[in-house]
Design a protein around this ligand. Structure first.
Ligand SMILES: NC(=O)c1ccc[n+]([C@@H]2O[C@H](COP(=O)([O-])OP(=O)(O)OC[C@H]3O[C@@H](n4cnc5c(N)ncnc54)[C@H](OP(=O)(O)O)[C@@H]3O)[C@@H](O)[C@H]2O)c1
Length: 220
């Protein structure tokens, strides 16, 4: 029988690449925008009623944000909004599906950011939220072992709708690529491969895996 995986945000960017590369799973998808795809639920994961999915094994939570501002211009609302979509949305989903995941020996993949591992200017709000998400993941990996594995993939700048404004000209793309030791920005598939590894490998939990062109660890 196919394993059942719920991808929150499987219609764009990294989530879409995961969906396209997870053919061996029965995938269910949530996003706010409508899709005619089978097993797609159009809803806002932060507030709408979530669908019951019997036999669910895995959850991939993709909603996130990139809020880049100097610290003195960040408002309390910016911090709350980043925390809400990156952390509380995941909390809401994981609390709702916990019993099903436990019953079915599940796996959870969340997305952090390279900016919580390495200090980066203008990232204070998003780094604080994603750092919280990483700590949440490690806590749950401990609390839910051995039944549910929980891991985080930390991308650097990746070519998705979320990063559109940062990659809107050839010059911006080239500059972004050159900032990375591997001299390229990420593709959704680069990140999806790591997420699928975390879903499939049965002996990995509580890990944060950087898929970031060397940004978090390498100086050339
Ligand atoms: N792209 C990057 O450069 C980058 C870098 C570091 C970390 N990350 C992290 O990687 C993760 C995936 O990023 P991405 O670039 O693939 O994002 P994306 O292009 O914005 O895609 C996000 C997906 O989530 C859905 N979504 C967003 N909010 C939702 C909500 N409230 N309810 C239901 N669905 C919702 C979106 O669909 P709808 O809009 O239709 O709802 C979309 O399918 C994020 O957590 C992000 O912070 C990305």
């Amino acid at each position: 029988m196919k394993r059942k995986t719920l991808i929150i945000g499987g219609t764009k960017g990294i989530g879409k690449a995961i969906l396209e590369n997870l053919k061996s799973h029965e995938c269910h998808v949530i996003s706010r925008s409508y899709s005619a795809r089978q097993n797609h639920y159009a809803l806002d994961v932060l507030q709408d009623e979530l669908p019951e999915i019997e036999g669910l094994n895995n959850i991939v939570y993709c909603p996130g944000s990139i809020t880049l501002k100097p610290f003195h211009r960040l408002t309390v609302e910016d911090f709350i909004s980043d925390y809400r979509v990156n952390v509380l949305g995941a909390v809401r989903v994981l609390q709702f599906y916990f019993k099903e995941l436990k019953k079915n020996k599940g796996s959870v993949v969340l997305f952090g950011t390279v900016a919580s591992q390495q200090g980066m200017s203008f990232h204070a709000s998003i780094a604080a939220a994603k750092g919280g998400l990483e700590s949440l993941a490690r806590s749950l990996a401990a609390e839910w072992a051995p039944n549910i594995r929980v891991n985080v993939v930390n991308p650097s700048l990746t070519d998705t709708p979320l990063a559109e404004a940062l990659l809107s000209t050839d010059q911006k793309r080239e500059n972004a690529a050159q900032r990375h030791p591997l001299k390229k920005i990420g593709s959704p598939e680069d990140i999806a491969e790591a997420a699928i590894f975390c879903l499939e490998n049965q002996w990995v939990t509580g890990q944060t895996i950087g898929v970031d062109g060397g940004m978090s660890t390498v100086r050339v």
